[in-house]
Write a protein that binds this ligand. Sequence first.
Ligand code: GDP
Length: 197
Amino acid sequence: MSWKVSIEATAFNTGQFPPESVPEIAIAGRSNVGKSSLINAILNSRLAHVGATPGKTRSINFYLVNAGAVSFRLVDLPGYGYAERSKTERKGWSKLTSSYVESRGSLILICHLADFRHGLLPNDRLLQEWLSGHGKPFMVLFTKADKISKGKRLSMLHQYVEDGLNSIDVPIVTSCEERSGIEKARAFMENFVRRGA
Ligand code: GDP
């Protein structure tokens, strides 16, 4: 099913959030995890800026998706955890992100991106602990799977699941380079919205 996609808002503060209407799926991940690339692949667009200077994208971007039977927003949260960020920047990040997650009744799911080579790193776990207090479900999506040989991927995925992940379903393993896992991610989102979870 093809999606019609448009950018609705770029928010640097809460006053710039669009009014709540359709359900929202937020995408979170460390800087450089491949978030913009995956968003573009999922939306089949070039709306997100790939390779932007880490730490520079501090806005929350709202993309409106019309998937035929359902509409929803994909919400691109700013990347976190970039080592060279200043304290003020980190504060700005957490203030904007937490006010979004805390205040947004229409937020139904947080897709948490993690590099398949590394799994969830300590600051990813911190983010989950911090944001799970708001009661929103997480779904883990792995990125850059092409960096791991195909024969090893399934056992790696099993290992990550066994080690313990906060994810409402088995993580989806994606690669923008190979364009693998993209359809699966799209279908998951569409079904999640349709189920009205
Ligand atoms: P963001 O900072 O999380 O938004 O990440 P970007 O999408 O800007 O990507 C960061 C870097 O990772 C860029 O150099 C991308 O080309 C690269 N990248 C993104 N996705 C993939 C992927 O699936 N495979 C590989 N090998 N590289 C990727």
